[in-house]
Ligand binder design. Structure first.
Ligand SMILES: C[S@@+](CC[C@H](N)C(=O)[O-])C[C@H]1O[C@@H](n2cnc3c(N)ncnc32)[C@H](O)[C@@H]1O
Length: 261
């Protein structure tokens, strides 16, 4: 991945089972799964965060590949909307380029369950991380984040508050966070699929000029590199083909009730 696109996978926190309220983190055994990029792998295990019967997030290859660009962008002061499994917060906090990671999470139970499950107090970059219990779309988010950054402007905002990849509301909600927090650069989970859907509607090829036009149209300052444009094209070719037949891995994931397939 690194050789093809200029960025790659990243270390994960060590997890253990935990339950708080209706949130729980559970380990699952081996299964074939799709990546975010085309291809199926046999995963030996993965952790999944559930709220009641809703799976919210997992450590699957799909999640890792779809977070990789945003981890690569993390530098200086980073704001992450949505704690989830703290996968992004952990990976950003151990980067030497990162000075501060402010995570905005609305659920106190998620904060508690991850504190228990991801061993937050023992993280190597723990002193860089602040968790703010707040609604990332709320009126007071800018003031709450500013208090946690000590008034420093965010260098990167990563928004991941949706259970579905390429959620229809994601670009507009990320744009609202950008207006409130004024980061130098930003991105949201699944932005490659949002771009792919835009290309389909605009009858454009998913190339670098289209990528720049799409992000300009959202009002979100998303950085673009040739490697990232190639990544977007490959994700779109695999996940948004013109006619999509379910793969065995996708059928298996559906049967198992996997999160964010
Ligand atoms: C998919 S998870 C985030 C995963 C995270 N990127 C990671 O690396 O583990 C989404 C999280 O966003 C939180 N969330 C949903 N809506 C929110 C909002 N409006 N403000 C803050 N957090 C929110 C959920 O409680 C959940 O913890």
């Amino acid at each position: 991945m690194r050789a093809a696109y200029g960025f790659g996978l990243f270390p994960l926190p060590s997890y253990r089972d935990a339950v708080v309220g209706d949130w729980r983190l559970v380990r699952y055994g081996p299964a074939p799964v799709d990546g975010y990029l085309p291809g199926v792998v046999m995963e030996p295990w993965r952790w999944v965060l559930h709220q009641g019967s809703t799976p919210w997030m997992s450590t699957s290859l799909m999640e890792q590949e779809s977070h990789a660009w945003h981890v690569h962008q993390a530098q200086g002061t980073v704001v992450a909307a949505g704690l989830g499994m703290a996968m992004y917060a952990y990976a950003a906090s151990i980067r030497p380029e990162v000075e501060r990671v402010v995570v905005v999470e609305r659920s106190p139970d998620v904060i508690a369950v991850l504190g228990e499950a991801a061993g937050l107090v023992d993280w190597p970059g723990r002193e860089k991380v602040a968790i703010v219990e707040a609604d990332a779309l709320g009126r007071d988010v800018a003031a709450r984040v500013e208090a946690a950054t000590g008034g420093r402007e965010p260098d990167y905002l990563y928004a991941d508050i949706w259970p579905d990849c390429g959620a229809a509301e994601a670009p507009a909600e990320t744009a609202a966070m950008v207006r409130a927090l004024r980061p130098r650069a930003a991105g949201w989970w699944g932005q490659e699929l949002s771009f792919g859907l835009w290309c389909r509607k605009a009858e454009r090829e998913p190339d670098e000029p289209a990528l720049r036009d799409y992000f300009a149209s959202t009002g979100i300052p998303v950085p673009v590199t040739p490697g990232y444009a190639a990544f977007c094209a490959d994700v779109i070719a695999g996940r948004l083909p013109r006619r999509r037949w379910p793969t065995i891995a996708r059928l298996w994931a559906r049967l198992r009730g996997s999160p964010r397939p």
